[in-house]
Design a protein around this ligand. Structure first.
Ligand code: AMP
Length: 185
């Protein structure tokens, strides 16, 4: 199974992907985690930290390099879950090209739907529990705007291919997980 999770920041992509990854025994590929792991004292690390802390997206080509390196690892042979990737139509097109060269395609795109006011509350709570540098009120607004402008068109891209499943993400993690499982069946 090759599955993409799409949803605004705070929709619960990370939580649901971690759980589904265990259940399906396929790797959880979080583009945000990959970038955060590179926040080192190097020029590239500083560049990446600048994008994350401002709530803006890293450039598509840079993101794609990370993803392709990861997909070439042997544990990705039987599928994977993308958490936070692709976030632009350009990334989605590059992914389609990469997969097509291997006669592969995505099986499903899970669209986690939730109202914005619920998101802001969740993100501010996460700021306290996880201390993520990009969970500040200003950055949250930027990230929501980036989601609307750059990532919602990715949903349309996949809707035209008929692989989007809409899931209500407003419930508890258990309820959302059950809904995802039902949707995948
Ligand atoms: P996330 O953990 O998915 O919320 O991602 C945290 C941050 O990492 C985002 O706000 C972006 O700055 C960056 N990021 C994550 N995924 C991508 C992506 N696919 N393309 C560009 N930037 C990304």
């Amino acid at each position: 199974m090759r599955i993409v999770f799409i949803g605004p920041p705070g929709a619960g992509k990370g939580t649901q992907c971690r759980r589904l990854s265990r259940e399906l025994a396929i790797p959880h590929i979080s583009s945000g985690e990959m970038l955060r792991a590179c926040r080192t004292d190097s020029p590239l690390g500083e560049l990446i930290a600048g994008y994350i802390d401002g709530g803006n997206l890293a450039p598509d080509d840079l993101m794609m390099q990370f993803i392709i390196d990861r997909l070439r690892q042997p544990d990705c042979e039987n599928g994977y879950l993308f958490d936070g990737f692709p976030r632009t139509v350009n990334q989605a097109e590059m992914l389609t090209g990469f997969l097509a060269e291997r006669d592969q395609r995505l099986d499903a795109v899970i669209n986690l739907i939730i109202q914005e006011d619920a998101l802001v509350q969740r993100l501010l709570a996460r700021a306290e529990s996880e201390g993520r540098a990009d969970d500040t009120p200003e950055t949250i607004q930027t990230r929501l705007k980036v989601f609307r402008n750059r990532t919602e068109p990715v949903l349309e891209f996949y809707r035209r291919r008929g692989i989007v499943v809409d899931v209500d993400a407003a419930g508890t993690p258990d309820e959302v997980f059950t809904a995802i499982r039902d949707a995948l069946r």
